[in-house]
Design a protein around this ligand. Structure first.
Ligand code: ADP
Length: 565
């Protein structure tokens, strides 16, 4: 604006300067002509008398000064101070001569061929009838200008310099109050009343912008609060895969390690993650399709849900303006799904084996290919396989009961004397132990614990049964019931089941509580194991809030401690 005002003022000043100079030249030009005419008239007055009195006067004064011509009344040139009179043509028709002959005196102005000069003529009729003419030359405007170009340029330069100086000062003085005006301050008056509507408009717009910014900031804070507190990862990208918005969870869940460590924001989607499923999801969403991909990173599994974003909400056109990507940690869900699949397949497999035996044996009996004497043996096989199936189904039912939150009476907590509960279990297993010459021993004290009685019995039973099953012939099982402090309270009561059996290899000790896990499958099966006993123990312990501890040495024996809460 400063420049514009400066330039306008400068051009106005320079333009005015030009016009002034031209006007001055024009006025001077007219003025000079008048002066010349007056000069000619004065000179005419002086010499006309002399010419009349003295015939040779003209020859005496010539050729000094202005051109003097004497013309006879018939137009013949008698004398000319600058040319040979005899060679000159008749002047009767010259405007000033004709005018003088008629009116006594006359002026005329004629321009030269080149127009560079003009000649002013003044003629007067003398008393003898002759006409005396005096003429003077005057430069025309262009010539005049040419002559005055030097001073003219100097004047122009001075004008420009002065105009620049003045324009600069004036424009600064005009703009200073505008520049110093505090537009934010509503109480401040505008420097010029002409600016009032503009200032009012700007202030109104500023107010509107402020409100909009406040609203946007509030919405952004809201959005950030929501997305940052989401456990799911969130990512918004444009169609060049550049990240427009994201939340912390997105980086924590699938972000590259350098992003997680540096805390930098990802610029593009692929900077966050470059895996194939993620790229496929991004590409499909940007291509206008909804996409769902499974991404596995180490032991964790993520579901990547990517949807296209359209700026016009119809979404008809192909290709999107961007994509919104949600990342969900489905590790647990996937794990549960896997366990469920494994469990179903294990159950089917476990049931299939005895059923195949039962089917085969009964088919043989029905076909009459079994000798009379062998029928009892085969019937025994059917019975033992059926018993195995029943045991398996019982265990599965028990597990499914433990999986559910059962609030039936059977599942209520009661205070139980753990020593008595262990004694009952051992009594029940006594016959089984004796078969293999294994001695059962119960030691410790009567301590009470708040437990679910049926779960507690099953837990002690399974532990003791395993201690017998995986013991060596003639081995020993010791059950110890007690409490670290001697007081008869239920806190931290424990039961330890210790055997002198085959032990569990160290690499399997973490896995024996898994469903259907057996260290030696065929051995376990041959001794009637279902592979679910310890899994039931684990779940019963969880339900009752107990802790399990295991110590085992291969070939020496196993000790499992149940610590009650
Ligand atoms: P199973 O019905 O096969 O005994 P469990 O879940 O009770 O199933 O036990 C899982 C596996 O852990 C068993 O197959 C066995 O290999 C091992 N195991 C459990 N208890 C003992 C123990 N006291 N001594 C040695 N191995 C054991």
């Amino acid at each position: 604006m400063n420049k514009k005002i400066f330039r306008s003022m400068l051009s106005v000043c320079v333009g005015l300067g030009f016009i002034c100079i031209i006007l001055v030249c024009y006025i001077l030009y007219g003025y000079f002509e008048t002066i010349i005419k007056n000069e000619l008239k004065t000179e005419m007055n002086i010499i006309s008398e002399e010419v009349e009195n003295n015939e040779y006067y003209l020859q005496k004064i010539a050729p000094i000064g202005n051109r003097i011509t004497l013309v006879a009344s018939n137009g013949t040139v008698i004398y000319d101070s600058k040319a040979d009179a005899e060679k000159m043509e008749n002047h009767k028709n010259r405007e000033e001569i004709a005018g003088a002959l008629e009116d006594g005196r006359a002026y005329s102005v004629r321009y030269s061929d080149t127009l560079s000069t003009k000649t002013i003529y003044y003629a007067e009729r003398l008393n003898d009838g002759n006409v005396l003419r005096i003429s003077a030359e005057q430069s025309v405007v262009a010539l005049l200008l040419k002559e005055v170009v030097g001073p003219f340029v100097v004047i122009l330069l001075i004008t420009i310099a002065l105009a620049a100086l003045v324009s600069g000062r004036v424009s600064r003085r005009i703009l200073k109050p505008i520049n110093e005006m505090d537009i934010e301050n509503r109480n401040e008056d505008e420097p010029y009343p002409e600016l009032a509507p503009l200032v009012a408009k700007i202030r109104e717009q500023n107010r509107r912008i402020e409100t909009q910014i406040e609203e946007m900031t509030r919405k952004q804070r809201e959005f950030k609060a929501i997305t940052d507190n989401m456990s799911e990862g969130f990512l918004l990208i444009d169609n060049r895969q550049e990240v427009l918005s994201y939340n912390k969870a997105a980086i924590e869940l699938i972000g590259d390690s350098h992003l997680r460590e540096s805390g930098n924001a990802p610029v593009t989607a692929y900077e966050l993650n470059r895996s194939r499923p993620f790229r496929t999801a991004v590409e499909e969403a940007l291509g206008g399709y909804n996409s769902q991909q499974m991404l596995e990173l180490g032991e964790r599994a993520f579901s990547i849900i990517a949807n296209p974003v359209y700026e016009n909400t119809t979404g008809e056109e192909k290709g999107s303006n961007g994509a919104v990507i949600i990342i969900i940690d489905v590790t647990e869900k996937e794990g549960r799904e896997r366990l469920r699949r494994e469990f179903t397949s294990n159950v089917s497999h476990e049931l299939k084996t005895p059923l195949t035996t039962i089917y085969g044996v009964s088919d043989m009996i029905l076909g009459g290919i079994v000798k009379e004497g062998d029928i009892a043996k085969f019937a025994g096989d059917i019975k033992s396989e059926s018993a195995r199936m029943i045991a398996l189904i019982d265990d599965i039912l028990m597990l499914s009961r433990l999986d559910e939150t059962d609030s039936s009476e059977e599942c209520q907590f009661e205070t139980v004397d753990l020593y008595d509960a262990a004694a009952e279990v051992l009594q029940h297993l006594d016959a089984k132990a004796k078969e293999r010459g294994i001695s059962l021993e119960l030691s410790g004290e009567h301590v009470s614990a708040d437990v679910i009685p049926s779960y507690c019995s099953i837990m002690i039973n399974n532990l003791c049964e395993n201690a017998i099953k995986y013991n060596k012939d003639g081995g020993k099982v010791t059950v110890t019931v007690g409490q670290p402090s001697s007081a008869m309270t239920s806190s931290n009561a424990f039961i330890i089941v210790k055997d002198t059996g085959i032990g569990i290899p160290a690499e399997y000790q973490d896995r024996i509580f898994e469903r259907f896990f057996r260290v030696d499958k065929s051995h376990s099966r041959s001794i009637g194991g279902t592979g679910l006993g310890l899994s039931i123990v684990k779940h019963a312990a969880i339900r009752m809030g107990c802790r399990l501890e295991l110590t085992s040495t291969e070939g020496e024996g196993t000790e499992i401690r149940v610590i009650f809460s």
